[in-house]
Write a protein that binds this ligand. Structure first.
Ligand SMILES: Cc1cc2nc3c(=O)[nH]c(=O)nc-3n(C[C@H](O)[C@H](O)[C@H](O)COP(=O)(O)OP(=O)(O)OC[C@H]3O[C@@H](n4cnc5c(N)ncnc54)[C@H](O)[C@@H]3O)c2cc1C
Length: 198
């Protein structure tokens, strides 16, 4: 069962399923970074789960925002709500498909820029008690025009090869529930082939 990013699947399938490898190779990917901030206890977040920043939005000074979204984690998920005098958690997302400019910044610079965006959008200027930057190179497959047909080509090529199955974000949705769905179907298919035969 291959549950790997599209470029890896393309390489791994090149000999056994060239049609699938070709279709995987056509899938474009977006890279991003997540800047997580732990703010001092008591920091007030806006009464929302987060904010999305449109690609054409600009700062008051006329520049571009570095962050494309903020998730107010402490508000969005009960398990990330502050406990006692624990920190208030939020995260900024950086990186748009086809535009890696912001991702070339160092971690330190990313944190500085994301904090500046946060201050402009929400007025929050508190110094974080902790920060973490996690980069996701090629982390999000893009479902361009013709994606459904590409996926059909992958599945047609693989279905004829007993013992091989594919799953993951390239196929029928990038969200975790969709990935679980493809993994479940792939596992059932391989299990059936092992127990009943192709
Ligand atoms: C920053 C970010 C935030 C997200 N937030 C959400 C969210 O809030 N909710 C949601 O539903 N979804 C979210 N997603 C989407 C979702 O997390 C992913 O689409 C999903 O986890 C992808 O699962 P996957 O199993 O297809 O791939 P991955 O989880 O990327 O796993 C691929 C695996 O393949 C391995 N691998 C790579 N090359 C090879 C190789 N040659 N041989 C063997 N192994 C290899 C990698 O090491 C990795 O372990 C988010 C994605 C990102 C990047």
């Amino acid at each position: 069962m291959l549950a790997v990013p599209a470029p890896a699947a393309a390489r791994l399938l090149a000999d056994v399923a060239p049609a699938a490898a070709g279709a995987y190779g056509e899938v474009e990917l977006a890279s991003m970074a997540v800047v997580s901030l732990a703010l001092p206890a008591g920091t007030e977040l806006p009464d929302a789960s987060g904010v999305l920043v449109g690609a054409t939005e600009h700062t008051a000074a006329g520049g571009r925002f570095t962050a494309k979204a903020f998730t107010f984690s402490a508000r969005k998920w009960p398990h990330q709500a502050p406990v006692g005098d624990g920190p208030v958690l939020l995260r900024g997302s950086v990186g748009r498909f086809g535009d890696t400019t912001a991702l070339r910044a160092t971690d330190e610079e990313l944190v500085r820029r994301v904090r500046a965006d946060l201050a402009e959008l929400t007025g929050i200027t508190a110094d974080p008690v902790d920060v973490a930057v996690q980069r996701w190179g090629g982390g999000l497959p893009q479902y361009g025009v013709g994606h459904a047909e590409r996926v059909a080509r992958i599945e047609r090529a693989v279905v004829g090869l007993p013992g091989l199955a594919v799953a993951g974000a390239t196929l029928h949705g990038v969200g975790i529930p969709a990935c679980i769905g493809t993994a479940d179907a792939a596992a059932r298919r391989v299990a059936t082939q092992v127990t009943v035969g192709p």
